[in-house]
Design a binder for this molecule. Structure first.
Ligand code: ARG
Length: 405
């Protein structure tokens, strides 16, 4: 009996080519695994396609809930946004798929796992490093990378072998999507000067075409996790799906980013992430109400490291676990409501409240109810400025005021 391999199967060109390629070149039995991440309604068609191409078994698993609870929400709580632009949708799903592949390999008695990544992206790193951390005994096969097939050659191979995939020259984009976001690459988008055409977008209306009336929305958070919309409690999958359609309808969620890939190249990437953009903003707003200035400052440094780890394929690292423990501790009082206004491509926070709010009206107000001790400011400023006055006296390097004519 030939060895068995578990292939991460999306139903697209590269992974369909991979089924055939592995059978031909490696003489292995291919079991496909397709993760339902909230990305494709027609999973049955994908399953059937795998079998038609020659997989001995085609598995599909609904992992939406674990995706959100174990990957998306921790990243949201950490405030993880790669290079200040990309909320890491594809990057967060890869370690989960890798974990599913390793578990399935164990169950099915497979000796290898496979993926359809090319040799120039981040995803190959995320898969390989995750598999290596979880199940180092498994061999990893990457047919597209190993064969160095270009997209055109993959298309030719698919046509030659009559693979039942829709070869769409009309849709020039390479797309990866899950509940948290949609990544769009290739075609005209490879020219960083070219504005992304409307046909690149599927989840968001263009801001010009969005409704002329704004939508107001109240988001409830419990210990850093969004738990309801407009007073209605919602499970994590439902909440993200609803936010995606509502914010997308108002043109919120488009991202256009030239990002630094781990393999050293700059790449122009377009994303649609309506729910992520609204939730990250709302979450940060609630943090600014309930965390101290020092907590906020330090947490920002953690967020930068956290997003680099996730982007660079190090989800299953000890450091990420340690950072998660810190982040989790910061979320104890991040509970309350945030009110946002969605209007023609913008998401503005217009209100926030929390039972743990550190905002004190008595201290902040300029009217008669003022409780702030103004006289205490004088002594405070004396001491605050003290080291600077001494430095000026001793070293004399401070700028001198220049007289204006
Ligand atoms: N640049 C993004 C990332 O590295 C998106 C990658 C999209 N992947 C894909 N197979 N189309 O996370």
């Amino acid at each position: 009996m030939s060895d068995k391999v578990i292939l991460a199967y999306s139903g697209g060109l590269d992974t369909s080519v991979a089924i055939k390629w592995i059978q031909e070149k490696y003489d292995m039995e291919v079991v496909t695994f397709t993760a339902d991440l909230g990305n494709d309604p027609d999973l049955e068609a994908i399953r059937q396609r795998a079998l038609d191409i020659g997989a001995v078994k085609a598995l599909v698993a609904d992992v939406r809930e674990e995706f959100v609870r174990e990957f998306v929400f921790p990243a949201l709580k950490a405030g993880a946004v790669y290079e200040g632009e990309y909320p890491l949708s594809t990057a967060l799903a890869r370690p989960l798929i890798a974990r599913c592949l390793a578990e399935t390999a164990l169950k099915e008695g497979a000796t290898a796992v496979a993926h359809g990544c090319t040799g120039k992206g981040n995803d190959q790193v995320r898969f390989d490093v995750s598999i290596g951390s979880l199940a180092p005994e498994l061999k990893i096969i990457a047919p597209v990378r190993d064969s160095t097939l270009s997209r055109e050659e993959a298309l030719e191979y698919a046509t030659l072998h009559k693979l039942p995939i829709k070869v769409t020259k009309a849709s020039p984009y390479s797309i990866d999507q899950n509940l948290w976001g949609r990544s769009i690459e290739c075609g005209i988008l490879e020219d960083p000067w070219a504005e992304p055409p409307e046909d690149a977008f599927a989840w968001t209306r263009s801001p010009q075409a969005a409704p002329d009336q704004p939508a107001y929305l109240e988001i409830s958070f419990q210990a850093g996790v969004p738990v309801g919309l407009d007073g209605q409690a919602l499970g994590p999958v439902e909440l993200i799906a609803r936010l995606t359609s509502l914010a997308g309808e108002h043109g919120v969620g488009r991202i256009d980013h030239v990002e630094n890939r781990l393999v050293g190249i700059k790449s122009r990437e377009v994303y649609e992430m309506p729910a992520a953009m609204v939730l990250l903003k709302a979450h940060r707003t609630l943090e600014s109400l309930t965390l101290s200035k020092d907590q906020l400052r330090f947490k920002d440094t953690v967020a930068a490291t956290y997003s680099d780890l996730v982007y660079n394929g190090l989800w299953f690292s000890a450091l990420r676990r340690d950072l998660d423990a810190f982040v989790e501790s910061t979320q104890r009082f991040v509970t309350g409501e945030v009110r946002v206004k969605l209007f023609k491509g913008t998401c503005a926070v217009v209100g926030r409240k929390s039972p743990y709010s550190l905002y004190s009206h008595g201290l902040a107000t300029y009217d008669r109810a003022d409780q702030f001790d103004h006289s205490a400011a004088v002594g405070f400023i004396q001491l605050w400025g003290l080291p600077h006055r001494i430095q000026r006296r001793v070293q004399g390097e401070t700028e001198k005021p220049t007289p204006t004519s």
